[in-house]
Design a protein around this ligand. Structure first.
Ligand code: FMN
Length: 189
């Protein structure tokens, strides 16, 4: 699958087939994450691949979202911002979550390439996730990703996205008009 297709096909899916996804594909998606940019080259993100049913149900409770408990695997992304904070002070906290987002998008795109689906779960009680997975207090749980194979149901189409003209300004904030540029051929996404 080419990059453009993966970007466009990725969508949040919250219903999964009973069939277990191939864990090797999940590991390869995690592998893609480490190629993301990171502040000062300090990669601060770790992934926990959870397959234990009891732990998955604890994660679903921590997230207060039942569908999380229906996945055979849940990946939990955890940042350790301590080195970034040492290098960049308060900004290190922000850098850690920004680079986690970049790494997570790599992970999501490779899952899509392999035909696996997930939904980013950002709502959860962090202390409960930490206690279920024995994560130390100083670390930061970024998100949970229940992973499965998609069950096609009505209404599982990709959500509408903002139009390009609504996300781009030119030269200054809120200026929607582009100053004429030299003509180039452009294969629009
Ligand atoms: C930071 C963040 C937190 C999110 N938290 C949740 C969540 O707790 N539960 C959930 O089902 N989806 C969650 N989502 C997924 C969004 O609902 C979803 O990405 C959005 O509706 C756009 O749909 P799409 O992913 O199909 O493009 C979260 C997404 C992000 C980026």
């Amino acid at each position: 699958m080419d990059l453009k297709t993966a970007i466009k096909q990725r969508k949040s899916v919250r219903r999964y087939m009973d069939k277990k996804p191939d864990w090797r594909k999940i590991i390869r998606a995690i592998d893609a994450a480490r190629f993301a940019p990171s502040a000062g080259g300090q990669f601060a993100l770790k992934f926990i691949l959870v397959s234990d049913e009891k732990k998955i149900s604890e994660l679903a409770k921590a997230a207060q979202q039942d569908y999380v408990g229906t996945a055979k695997y849940v990946v939990v992304a955890v940042s350790d911002d301590s080195k970034l904070v040492r290098s960049y002070g308060g900004k290190g906290v922000r850098y850690a979550s920004q680079q986690a987002g970049a790494a997570i998008q790599n992970f999501l795109l490779v899952l899509t390439e392999f035909g696996l689906v997930t939904s980013w779960v950002g709502h959860f009680y962090e202390d409960q996730v930490k206690s279920a997975l024995e994560i130390s207090e100083d670390l930061h749980v970024e998100a949970l990703f229940p992973i499965g194979k998609e069950t096609k149901v009505k209404g599982s189409e990709r959500r509408a996205k903002p139009d390009l003209e609504n996300v781009i300004y030119f030269d200054k904030w809120k200026n929607k008009k582009m100053t004429p540029q030299e003509k180039v051929s452009f294969d629009a996404i």
